[in-house]
Design a protein around this ligand. Structure first.
Ligand code: SAM
Length: 347
């Protein structure tokens, strides 16, 4: 019992635990331990970022994907997935709307879709930077070559999100076909860091076959990578995938991990994700109170939102929608936080 508090104190002080220590902490989650952890996590986050919660306007640019991740609703083998892709003009219209609403960071996310060549993306990035001076652009478009990452960075991309999904090779192989390799994903992440991007990685909580040891390995990998952003959210099944009948990940374990990640990487930009909000109507609040400081409302055109269906019942309306910013601000205010209309860079 005492051991758990001591380990949280150690993490608070040294920002690191051994694999065995991580497993002990993860296996001994309780309400009192959570309370103890979240208070520390809030203190650490508030000391660096104050009471500001940063918003990112998420534009889901394509539901075409050449990959076949077993958990994902837009995997290429899902014949039932509805496919769409946004043209540069449509993406700019989303950004126009986002800028008007007060967003100063745009996240362009999509499946791995060859339509978005370096040339197309570079022109688009330059146009976004010209139209909205001072905005930040985050890309989340999967694996690309180092030269491609470099060209996009030089054209104006500031940040890149690429979850490692699981840091264990055997577990990775249970979630992906052979031609998708953890090694490649890790190489991309280190290349992105070398180039100078603010980098985000992360994983799903409760993905099929995940063990506590795997979670400990994920945390150790994040420590080694030392990213500026970490995205974690519960796994949620999609009925048209091989994992359609697997149970969802746990909300309480996800927020416990948010608190632990805040202590391990005090400066990290940490979203309370859509998946967390999908499983629990109070998910975003719980995430923020556990140490998160980012939310990513949906700025995609309303007509395509349902088609970017990564998992069942994915939120894209209500307070998840960028149009409902006023309501999101109100919700954050109720728990003592303020939505900041700024780029929200890593400090
Ligand atoms: N293609 C890009 C990539 O691979 O990074 C970005 C899009 S991908 C759909 C974004 C993230 O969605 C993945 O990193 C994965 O963790 C998450 N995701 C996919 N299927 C999910 C599911 N069933 N439950 C929860 N998250 C899921």
């Amino acid at each position: 019992m005492r051991d758990r508090y001591e380990l949280i104190d150690k993490l608070h002080k040294t920002h690191a635990l051994s694999k065995e220590e991580w497993i002990r902490v993860l296996e001994n989650q309780s309400e009192e331990v959570c309370r103890y952890l979240f208070e520390k996590a809030r203190t650490v986050r508030d000391a660096i970022y104050g009471k500001d919660i940063y918003i990112r306007g998420l534009i889901e640019i394509s539901s075409y994907c050449k990959n076949d991740c077993y958990y994902c609703g837009i995997r290429r083998s899902n014949q039932k997935a509805e496919r769409y892709r946004l043209t540069p003009e449509e993406i700019l219209q989303c950004a126009d709307e986002g800028w008007r609403l007060g967003f100063r960071t745009f996240v362009l996310q999509g499946g791995e879709d060859g339509y978005y060549t370096d040339a197309l993306l570079c022109d688009l990035l330059k146009e976004i930077k010209k139209r909205y001076p001072g905005c930040a652009v985050t890309l989340s478009l999967g694996e690309r070559g180092e030269e491609s990452f470099r060209r996009l960075f030089e054209a104006g991309a500031d940040r890149y999100l690429l979850r490692h999904e699981t840091a264990n090779d055997a577990h990775y192989a249970k979630l992906h076909p052979d031609y998708q390799q953890l090694k490649t994903r890790k190489e991309c992440l280190f290349a992105l860091k070398r180039i100078g991007y603010q980098v985000g990685s992360g994983f799903m909580v409760g993905s099929p076959f995940q063990t506590t040891e795997n979670l400990a390995e994920d945390l150790l990998f994040l420590k080694e990578l030392d990213p500026q952003m970490v995205g974690i959210g519960p796994f949620i099944p999609h009925h048209d995938t091989p994992f359609g009948s697997y149970p969802s990940g746990s909300v309480s374990l996800t927020i416990f991990l948010l608190g632990l990640i805040r202590l391990m990487l005090p400066h990290v930009l940490l979203p309370a994700t859509t998946a967390l909000g999908t499983l629990d109507p109070q998910g975003r609040e719980k995430g923020v109170l556990a140490g998160a400081n980012v939310v990513m409302p949906n700025l995609s055109p309303v007509m395509v939102r349902k088609k970017y269906s990564l998992y069942d019942n994915k939120l894209c309306t209500g307070d998840e929608a960028a149009e409902s910013l006023a309501s999101l601000k109100e919700r954050m205010k109720k728990i003592g936080y303020t939505v900041a209309e700024s780029r929200g860079d890593y400090r």
